[in-house]
Design a protein around this ligand. Structure first.
Ligand code: DOR
Ligand code: ZN
Length: 335
């Protein structure tokens, strides 16, 4: 049986939620990942030092014995330098949401006026705090990410020492930005390495594949695959696994978010193997993130095997991506 070993897998964009949902989903990521960058879009958002510390404790309490490091983020607002200095040791990055663009982002940024943001972004740059960005405008849904590129350019050129991570990129336009600015990086989800808009709404509508940003065109998928499969050093894995209760997905007014946490490593193995690039998966799913963020996760070894794995229909009331379908790779052991 063909196997593949991954060391210290990292999920650099993860929604763990809170309370019962947190208790249900955190162990699934903690099982196979060494650590994850935890998104702050709770209600209310994670926006103070107390919020960060208390949330981290709740995450640690929800995770069983296995070792798992929650790398914390703070919900971006135009904070002053003194405040940022007070949180620098407790967070790995700030996460910027345009106001109202996705789940629980109402308190996000409504103006990308560089002068308004300058004190915060300059302080972050000075303190070495990366800026993670949900890069979508409020334009036509298929164009939102491409329209955001001029904002990325403005941010990247105005703050050349600030590390800016284009989160969950979905377009060729975003891929092309990577080599244009030294300080731009990106995360890519596993679902955006598999889906186009056709898979979401081309046949019967698939609520469990609906997310923001929406999956795009075949040429976008090809561009994402090309940088992920070569493990471009400025690209890292971030699942954007975003659990919602089943009734919020299978409803009129479907919540955005794909729940992939329990199957993401298996799917990544399947994709990289299919293209003969398994040797690059380690960099995509861990080494690049370690270099970009300067983190050093605790040892974890995950062995995957090429054998059928039927995706469960449901994880405590949350329907995963590809529920009921058979994947070609399974997790064999974790140490
Ligand atoms: O589809 C999404 N769901 N995109 C996001 O940016 C947020 C996420 C969520 O929190 O549900
Ligand atoms: Zn997200």
């Amino acid at each position: 049986m063909k196997t593949h070993t991954l060391l210290m897998p990292l999920d650099m964009h993860l929604h763990l939620r809170d309370a019962v949902m947190l208790e249900n989903v955190a162990p699934l990521s903690a099982y196979s990942y060494s650590g994850a960058l935890v998104m702050p879009n709770l209600v209310p958002p994670v926006a103070t030092l107390d919020d960060v510390q208390a949330y981290k404790q709740r995450i640690m309490a929800a995770v069983p014995n296995d070792y798992f490091e929650p790398y914390m983020t703070l919900f971006y607002k135009n904070y002053d330098k003194a405040f940022l200095e007070s949180v620098v040791d407790d967070i790995l990055a700030l996460k910027l949401y345009p106001a109202g663009i996705t789940t629980n982002s109402e308190g996000g940024v409504s103006s990308f006026d560089i002068e308004e943001m300058r004190p915060t972004l300059q302080a972050m740059s000075d303190l070495g705090m990366p800026l993670c960005v949900h890069g979508e405008t409020d334009g036509f849904v298929m164009d939102r990410e491409a329209e955001f590129m001029s904002i990325y350019e403005n941010l990247a050129s105005s703050f050349p020492k600030l590390k800016i991570i284009m989160e969950h990129i979905t377009t060729k336009a975003a891929v092309e930005m990577l080599d244009k600015y030294e300080n731009l990086y990106a995360t890519i989800t596993v679902h955006h390495l598999l889906l186009t808009l056709d898979d979401v709404v081309g046949g019967m509508m698939q609520p469990h594949l609906f997310c923001k940003p929406i999956a795009k065109r075949p040429e976008d998928l090809d561009a994402l695959l090309s940088v992920a499969l070569q493990a471009h050093p400025k690209v890292m894995f971030g699942s954007d696994s975003a659990p919602h209760p089943q009734h919020k997905k299978e409803s009129c007014g479907c919540a955005a978010g794909v729940f992939s946490a329990p199957i993401s490593l298996q799917l990544l193995c399947e994709i990289f193997d299919q293209y003969g690039k398994l040797d690059n998966l380690q960099a995509f799913v861990s080494d690049n993130a370690q270099n970009i963020y300067g983190i050093c996760p605790e040892f974890k070894e995950v062995v995957l095997a090429q054998r059928p794995f039927v995706v469960p229909q449901n994880y405590s009331g949350v329907v995963p991506m590809y529920a009921g379908e058979t994947l070609n790779w399974a997790i064999e052991s974790v140490e």
